[in-house]
Unconditional design. Structure first.
Length: 327
């Protein structure tokens, strides 16, 4: 990694405008390809962080900004950035670095390449777990409009990645993304559906106007129907999570119209093979058990044995079941 970094940095220096006989930057494409490959591995990323990963990141940003960098070099540099920003320690090192956000957002806003858009979005998604970075991204001019544009793209991959990015950026400032996300929930493509559901659930958790939009424009019926009918495990998990989020955020308890199918559906999930779904089902029923009408429905569809069985599970299963049974 050290040799590769030095070699590529030397290539940039030799290609500078101050050099009377510059070396073509394309000569360094194999080295950049190797660097992108190495950054796929956790062991390599650990070495990058231990050796202070900022110089490598600065090098990659310099390549992206270089006037002679062709599409292949930009794609590989972006891929390397997306790979190394998976590492939390490197994200902490970056702090509130504006340069990396500036380069990535310019690619998203100005590039016509779908591949560059996708890879830049992946890097933005990784960086958005850092609050200071998230603020920089959302404060960047036209960033929110760019996300809206990508949600309305004709590309399945771009729509899915944009929805996934929004789920990580979740903030009241991007509440206007909810309407296109609602439309994408009806997409025939499972990845778009699952990522859009997660984005809506996370935006609901932000509170404020974003929560109000979700509660008024989406509500429980759509997600309850998805939980009851989907055969896709990822959509099932995300829809079940969305139901849990809405129940936790809706103080008006306006779910009487779907109470019976809601209870019956989540009682069935108590026996799911998926731990996540069993935990979610227990927590959903614990919210519903505050409604006296739900007690009779839970008993009539044999929900009590399922809840009691959760008490034999791990802590999270026990917690949800105990709350439901206590009510």
């Amino acid at each position: 990694l050290s040799l590769l970094t030095s070699y590529l940095q030397n290539g940039l220096n030799l290609n500078s405008s101050e050099n009377s006989n510059p070396t073509p930057l394309s000569n360094y494409l194999p080295a950049l390809h190797l660097l992108a490959h190495l950054t796929c591995f956790a062991s390599s990323r650990d070495q990058i962080v231990q050796g202070n990963g900022l110089p490598i990141l600065r090098l990659l940003l310099s390549i992206l900004k270089h006037r002679d960098a062709d599409f292949s070099m930009k794609q590989l540099a972006l891929l390397s950035i997306a790979n190394i920003t998976v590492d939390e320690d490197l994200r902490v090192m970056l702090g509130s670095d504006t340069d990396v956000i500036d380069v990535l957002m310019k690619i998203i806003l100005d590039s016509r390449s779908q591949n560059l858009h996708l890879t830049a979005l992946k890097a933005i998604t990784n960086l958005s777990t850092n609050q200071s970075m998230r603020d920089l991204i959302l404060g960047y001019p036209d960033a929110i409009q760019a996300l809206l544009t990508l949600l309305n793209s004709h590309s399945i991959e771009l729509q899915a990645q944009a929805a996934w990015t929004i789920s990580h950026l979740a903030d009241p400032r991007i509440g206007n993304c909810i309407t296109p996300l609602i439309y994408l929930i009806k997409s025939p493509h499972p990845e778009i559906q699952s990522h859009s559901i997660r984005a809506i659930a996370n935006l609901c958790l932000c509170g404020g106007t974003a929560r109000e939009i979700v509660l008024k424009q989406v509500g429980l019926p759509l997600f309850v129907t998805l939980v009851a009918t989907t055969s896709n495990i990822n959509i099932l998990r995300e829809a079940a999570f969305a139901v849990l989020v809405i129940l936790s955020q809706d103080s008006s308890h306006s779910y009487s119209s779907v109470l019976e199918p809601l209870v019956v559906t989540f009682v069935k999930l108590l026996s799911s093979e998926s731990l996540d779904l069993r935990v979610t089902a227990g927590r959903v029923l614990s919210y519903l058990s505050t409604n006296e009408k739900s007690h009779a429905i839970i008993r009539s569809c044999d929900g009590l044995p399922g809840l009691i069985n959760l008490l034999r599970g791990d802590f999270l299963e026990q917690q949800g079941a105990a709350w439901a049974l206590a009510s």
